[in-house]
Design a protein around this ligand. Structure first.
Ligand code: PXG
Length: 289
């Protein structure tokens, strides 16, 4: 496998970073997870914009222009013959000292990996997920803003541990006010009486690109879409609940804290939106070839 590392494509065995990299020492950096479908990189500009916004928020200078970054993503796919896959872009603070001071770091390190995707088992799409609310509260927005896609994912990892310990693959995270934020690695939507509701990013959600795309698709399909603070109650009494994310795409939730959602089966509106989303993934994107 060829990896893009600090400006060039290198063999996987040569793709190594310093043990003094602050990405490793402090989780100091940002990342993106991107999909390639049908020989195209899906939502590439949107991912690059979010990467640069995340970097700006943590005062990290990426030593490449957005155009160079987009080209590097495409080149990395090409070098690995990826037409369908998962691309991870990582920008770390770079090599520094054993102290926190990011201003003592050399230069941000840029890593791009383009690999085959590990999909969730089909059974989960057919039958829906069971999730539980976890005790790990979403990061306070004035501590680490959840809109920053940072390398510091311990908040999400702790939530995921609780989910797995409870026998679930995903979980529901609430913000410091007890409002619905998101899952550990996906956004959440409720459908009730044909209206879609999802929390605004100010409630502690990442501004998911799948989320934004689904909102767009839903509106075009004639559904009303509302961004509003939500309580767990709103999810419990919904007709349908689903999660969105680059990896998961759209996946139904049929059980939250042992409350059966709707009739306990993946809903019709969710299925319709998932179909429309898949159509977009096949038809849109930046060509790799
Ligand atoms: N919320 C969080 C906290 C995320 O990390 C999403 C929502 C969905 O956003 P997008 O833009 O993908 O629709 C994410 C995305 C993985 C992986 O390997 C994916 C994510 C995070 C960590 C790992 O699939 N996130």
């Amino acid at each position: 496998m060829k990896i893009f590392l600090s400006g060039s494509l290198v063999d996987e065995k040569d793709a190594v970073v310093s043990v003094f990299d602050h990405g490793l020492l402090y989780g100091d950096g940002v990342f993106e997870g991107i999909r390639a479908y049908n020989g195209r990189v899906f939502l590439l500009d949107e991912h690059i914009d979010r990467l640069y916004d995340s970097a700006k928020a943590i005062a990290l200078d990426i030593p490449m222009t957005k155009e160079e970054m987009s080209a590097a993503v495409v080149d990395t796919c090409k070098a690995n013959d990826i037409a369908e896959g998962y691309i991870r872009v990582v920008v770390t603070r770079g090599k520094g000292t054993l102290g926190l001071n990011p201003y003592l770091c050399d230069k941000a390190e840029v890593i791009i990996i383009a690999a085959k995707i590990q999909l969730y088992p089909q059974e989960l799409y057919d039958n829906g997920l069971k999730i539980v609310t976890v005790g790990t509260v979403r990061n306070h927005p004035e501590a680490i803003n959840p809109r920053i896609k940072s390398l510091n994912y311990l908040n999400n990892v702790m939530a995921k541990i609780e989910a797995i310990n409870a026998g679930c693959m995903e979980c529901l995270m609430l913000n410091h006010k007890g409002e619905v934020a998101e899952a550990s690695g996906d956004n959440i939507f409720a459908v009730r009486n044909g209206v879609l509701t999802t929390p605004p990013s100010t409630c502690g959600a990442l501004e998911g690109l799948t989320r934004n795309k689904v909102m767009d698709i839903a509106e075009k399909a004639g559904y009303r879409v509302v961004e509003a603070p939500m309580a767990r109650y709103d999810l419990y009494v919904a007709d349908e609940v689903f999660l969105t994310g680059t990896a998961a795409e759209i996946i139904s939730v049929v059980d939250i804290d042992k409350r059966i959602i709707g009739n306990g089966k993946p809903g019709e509106i969710t299925a319709r939106l998932a179909k429309l989303y898949i159509e977009c993934t096949k038809a849109e994107g930046t060509p790799i070839a």
